[in-house]
Design a protein around this ligand. Structure first.
Ligand code: SF4
Ligand code: SF4
Length: 353
């Protein structure tokens, strides 16, 4: 994962489609050519408008994801144009299937002129069907078209030889700060692939903050998740499922997310903070025996999928000491004062604290 932490709610994601040109074995949303779910243009326009007007333009970025957003180029063009017209910086993720040559890639990118940033995915899973050359073509085209770009590489083991080969090839053509690494997680289609995978494990959760919990994602079914991580595959109600835009306005959902103590504790310290709080309150017996090493999402996923643990976490999050730590932790570590100010104004915290 990138060490870059975006300020909270400066960016919002929109999942355009579950359709994809390929069906990677590690895909957590199980995208593929057989899928049919796609966001309706009228809904996308409505939700983007709500996002663009939220707190008088607080949200600056619109991140379009899938599935493969370039699968339906007309939909991508119309939605990216709309976001751009409302003043949002539009970015997109892609597997680069369309970059069959550099001229072809330039032609595709110039047909979606509102897109300013592109994240390209390549790794051993993607390369089963989409060659590394496509990503090279897309990078060269992005440079020619003046787009910012990064490349996302996923692996289930950081010592995997093929993963290292991909990193070596990439480092010959782009700067290392453009490479984003993530650990494949055994959910979605990857559950089968990685069932017997030889993850290194630890009795303690990963010592890392979450850098992806600042940009909620709206899905075609209206669900809004706090991140694009594995918790979006969970069927239970949990604090990182922020709401549904068919049931209430986006503003209500985002305002509630602003004071979501468990989410912000994860953003500041990572899920290990919640594990530590559960241990302190005597709930060690509920905790997992082991966690995937170097994978911050693993502890998060395990906590959020257990309803008994969630009940305990809800109790913990009502404790004044926890509220104070999170609210001031946001001020101190993330330079975000809105929560502390709101809690003081509402009498939940006192200014002296
Ligand atoms: S990981 Fe990306 S490219 Fe692969 S099937 Fe899923 S959406 Fe498509
Ligand atoms: S740590 Fe939790 S909130 Fe952060 S990206 Fe992973 S699943 Fe999402």
């Amino acid at each position: 994962m990138s060490a870059l932490e975006l300020p909270f709610l400066k960016n919002i994601g929109l999942m355009l489609t579950y359709k994809c040109t390929t069906a990677c074995p590690h895909c957590i949303v199980k995208a593929g050519p057989h899928r049919t779910e796609e966001v309706l243009i009228k809904n996308a326009v409505n939700w983007i408008e709500q996002a663009a007007t939220y707190r008088a333009g607080h949200i600056k970025g619109l991140a379009l994801t899938g599935g493969e957003p370039f699968y339906n180029l007309d939909l991508l063009r119309r939605i990216s144009d709309f976001g751009d017209e409302l003043g949002m910086v539009v970015s997109v993720v892609s597997n680069a299937f369309w970059a069959t040559s550099k001229p072809a890639a330039v032609q595709v990118l110039t047909s979606v002129p509102a897109i300013r940033m592109i994240s390209l995915s390549t790794d051993v899973y993607h390369q089963k069907t989409i060659s590394f050359d496509h990503v090279v073509n897309a990078i060269e085209a992005a440079e020619e078209c003046g787009l910012s770009y990064s490349v996302a590489v996923c692996t289930d083991r950081i010592d995997d030889i093929e993963y290292k080969k991909t990193l070596t090839k990439l480092s010959k053509i782009i700067d290392e700060d453009k490479i984003r690494i993530s650990i494949a997680f055994p959910v979605g289609r990857a559950e089968k692939l990685l069932k017997d995978s030889n993850y290194d494990t630890s009795s303690e959760p990963c010592v890392s903050a979450c850098t992806m919990g600042s940009s909620p994602i709206i899905f075609p079914d209206g669900n809004v998740f706090a991140c694009i991580g594995p918790v979006l595959t969970l069927k239970n109600k949990h604090p990182l499922l922020l709401g549904n835009v068919y049931e209430e306005p986006l503003e209500t959902i985002l305002d509630r997310a602003e004071s979501n103590l468990l989410l912000h504790a994860i953003r500041i310290w990572g899920p290990r903070k919640l594990v530590a709080a559960l241990k302190k309150e005597g709930y060690s017996n509920l905790l997992p025996d082991e966690y995937i090493e170097d994978c911050v999402c693993d502890a998060c996923y395990k906590l959020m999928s257990n309803d008994r643990i969630l009940d305990c976490l809800i109790n913990i999050s009502e404790d004044t000491d926890f509220i104070e730590k999170v609210a001031y932790g946001r001020v101190y570590f993330l330079n975000e004062s809105r929560m502390a100010k709101t809690f003081i104004a509402d009498g939940i915290l006192t200014a002296e604290q």
